[in-house]
Design a protein around this ligand. Structure first.
Ligand code: UD1
Length: 420
């Protein structure tokens, strides 16, 4: 199994290209199920999760064709020949569940494996199911699969989410585009990836108002059609490399990044002593002097993203003073803490909060990545640490970060992937 070795202590300097957003690409690929015509997506990131979603679509009869050598432009299309999303695929990637709404809306039936738990918590899908039930779908649970059926078309409905869910908003938004009548999604997620999906669906002929707000209104149409759509840059990759520039004491230009998608991340970075500004073609990040502690609490967008929490914690572990990091979205998302502490960080977890007492320096160590964002947090710690850090189980990293070693090495990091 691959490992990544970092010899720390070098400030990063240079430019890092930011790829298309994984969490935008996955629902956009699922949207390919909503029409027989071709959906052409550009700026597709090259990631394990994208390949997994490609396999799932292929299983449903929708072939993903690469339109360029790099595989950044992909087209999807074809008739749905199979409405089952098997356990073997869904268990490796929860976002597979996003095919449920489109399959039901298109074919009136879907059999999708329940995702179950994952490293960062229980992560139920009840909001997806309840919303689709309100739209007229009926579900049975059988052998770990959720078996869904609709008589005729889904019916428009007013769906009030009790709390914000990115995936449930996306599933219901996609389903509502082909429903009969009007659907209103109240307390919808407002993440830039949701707006990206809504813009693409609009280009496919969907009628959606309220894009970017917490209330989405969808007038169902009988069919969607072909469209071309460019995926937004990845705001979590952007924030992660901003932390890399900061923790290493360097300055990096993040090409293609968008400051307006970063929400509270910008404010917290500035509070910690990081200079982050929009420039033509991207975002410039520079550490000014020392890093200062800052308190963060994860929240739905535009609040501070849970997907940035682990990376921020690595950065705060070498900031002056104490910081409090509170996780409100996932109950088990502090698995990077013991690993950071093995490198000399001083972090104590109390329930859903962690107190980070900044230390002057970290020391390299062999560590274990527990999930995608935790992997990057350990790489960040390695960049700042004295000596050698080896991050094991990097397959998590490959699900969501493209060419991390190359991107960091191009800015002067001493980082290498070791096989076996
Ligand atoms: C998406 C992102 C993930 C990010 C998360 C929160 C993708 C592919 N993944 O995941 O990277 O960390 O948003 O920003 O875009 N919940 C329920 N019932 C449901 C649905 C969710 O209880 O039916 C809970 C979850 O367990 C969690 C919270 O709601 O505590 C938010 O989850 P949600 O926004 O749905 O996350 P995902 O869409 O799974």
């Amino acid at each position: 199994m691959d490992r990544i070795r970092i010899r720390g202590g070098r400030p990063l300097s240079g430019e890092i290209p930011i790829g298309g957003a994984k969490n935008a690409a996955l629902p956009l690929m699922a949207a390919g199920l909503l029409t027989d015509e071709r959906l052409v997506l550009s700026n597709v990131p090259r990631l394990a999760d994208i390949r997994t979603m490609g396999q799932l679509l292929a299983q449903h009869g929708i072939a993903a064709d690469k339109q360029d050598d790099a595989g950044r432009i992909m087209s999807f299309g074809g008739r749905i020949t199979n409405t089952e999303a098997p356990y073997d695929i869904v268990r490796t990637m929860r976002a597979s569940f996003l095919v449920l709404g489109p399959l039901l809306a298109r074919t009136g039936e879907a059999r999708v494996s329940l995702p179950g738990g994952c490293e960062i918590g229980a992560r139920p899908v009840d909001l997806h199911i309840k919303g689709l039930e309100q739209m007229g779908a009926r579900f049975d649970l059988e052998g770990g699969y959720i078996d869904g059926r609709v008589n005729g078309r889904l019916q428009g409905a007013r769906i009030v989410f009790p709390f914000v869910s990115v995936g449930a908003t996306e599933n219901l938004l996609m389903a509502a585009t082909l429903a009969e009548g009007r659907t209103v999604l109240v307390n919808a997620a407002r993440e830039p990836e949701i707006s990206d999906l809504a813009h693409c669906l609009t280009a496919m002929g969907a009628q959606i108002t309220g894009i970017g707000s917490d209330t989405l209104t969808i007038e169902g149409v009988p069919a969607l059609h072909a469209a071309d759509h460019a995926i937004i840059p990845d705001r979590i990759e952007t924030g992660s490399y901003a932390c890399a520039a900061a923790i290493s004491g360097g300055s990096v230009f993040l090409r293609h990044a968008r400051l307006d998608h970063l929400g509270a991340t910008v404010r917290v970075l500035r509070e910690a002593g990081v200079d982050i500004t929009e420039q033509p073609g991207g975002v410039m990040v520079k550490r000014l002097n020392g890093l200062h502690g800052a308190d963060v609490m994860t929240e739905p967008y535009p609040g501070f993203p849970t997907d940035m929490q682990a990376q921020f914690m690595a950065m705060l572990s070498v900031a002056e003073g104490a910081s409090m990091v509170t996780e409100t979205i996932f109950e088990n998302r502090f698995m990077h803490v013991p690993e950071l502490n093995r490198m000399g960080a001083r972090i104590n977890v109390h329930g859903s909060s962690a107190i980070v007492r900044g230390v002057p320096s970290l020391s390299g160590a062999p560590v274990m990545a527990s999930d995608l964002r935790a992997s990057l947090s350990l790489i960040l710690a390695g960049l700042a640490a004295k000596g050698e850090t080896v991050v094991n189980r990097v397959y998590h990293l490959d699900r969501g970060y493209e060419a991390v070693e190359q991107k960091l090495a191009a800015c002067g990091a001493d980082i290498q992937r070791l096989g076996g």
